[in-house]
Design a binder for this molecule. Structure first.
Ligand SMILES: C[S@@+](CC[C@H](N)C(=O)[O-])C[C@H]1O[C@@H](n2cnc3c(N)ncnc32)[C@H](O)[C@@H]1O
Length: 262
């Protein structure tokens, strides 16, 4: 079997096992990442590597973590998060009292919990809906636990640290009042159905390995999932150049708005 045939079969087998479709990811980067990982684990080719991860649950989990790169932090890209808190959320709140927000690809929950804290400050008595979803169940379990390292909290102000976290040994636990405001579900952005009626969708640092086609299709689906006037917030390196083609209007850098009319 040629290397290309092995790669094709590997993709099919991995999809059957994990529902991750590697055809939606940029092939050069993905193949390099997977080859590096499989060499480190002494596999001889893609199929030998698949057998290894199929037999060894721990290795499989490590591989999925590696593949999906779960790194995150609270209030990531603070200057953009500040803009979210001081401009975007207040403006959305002038239109609707209770917001429906989706943190798509939320990893271990730092992003939806940051949102819950920002909204607690802006509208203390209102229960908004904050949905956090990710492909990776292990990450969602961590999100539910709500335990973080100091490094993940480096953008959290001292005031918020005192107010929303308690120290547990070397870690920091997010207070239950914040955790209870976030709904966490498993969801594959490239496969599963989307809800609609969102005022705000955050999809940041998730699409880096997606192909252009997969990214475009995803952004079009986000457009449909937003209410008129709703906003899509993307990562600091993920500006959407063809946003107008998808129906979005320009708003602020890295924020795209669905027009109220049309
Ligand atoms: C780097 S984290 C980003 C977390 C957070 N949004 C942030 O900006 O800090 C990327 C997350 O996207 C998730 N992810 C990757 N592909 C996905 C897919 N097809 N559907 C849902 N989540 C996906 C990964 O599991 C990972 O937890």
């Amino acid at each position: 079997m040629t290397e290309l045939q092995e790669w094709e079969l590997f993709k099919q087998k991995l999809f059957a096992k994990s529902s991750i479709n590697l055809n939606d990811y940029k092939p050069a980067q993905m193949q390099r990442r997977i080859t590096n990982f499989s060499h480190r684990n002494h596999a001889e080719g893609y199929l030998d590597f698949f057998q290894k991860i199929d037999k060894d649950a721990k290795l499989y989990k490590t591989f999925i973590d590696y593949l999906t790169i779960n790194v995150t932090e609270f209030f990531r890209t603070p200057e953009k998060f500040n803009e979210l808190e001081s401009v975007v959320l207040p403006h959305l709140l002038t239109k609707r009292q209770r917001l429906n927000i989706w943190s798509a690809g939320c990893s271990i929950g730092a992003e939806p919990y940051s949102l819950a804290m920002a909204l607690d400050h802006l509208t203390p008595s209102v229960r908004h809906r904050i949905l956090g979803t990710d492909l990776d169940v292990e990450m969602l379990n961590k999100a539910k636990q709500g335990l973080y390292t100091a490094n993940e909290l480096k953008n959290v102000t001292v005031e918020r640290l005192k107010r929303y976290f308690s120290v547990q040994n070397e870690s920091y636990l997010v207070q239950e009042t914040i955790r209870s405001r976030v709904e966490l579900n498993r969801h594959n952005l490239l496969l599963d159905a989307f809800e609609d009626g969102f005022d705000l969708i955050l999809c940041r640092n998730v699409v880096i390995y997606f192909t252009e086609e997969a990214k475009n299709a995803l952004y079009r689906r986000f457009f449909k999932a937003l209410r008129p006037g709703g906003v899509l917030f993307v990562g600091g390196t993920e500006a959407i150049l063809n946003f107008r083609e998808m129906g979005f209007e320009s708003y602020l850098p890295f924020f795209y708005r669905k027009p109220v009319t049309g």
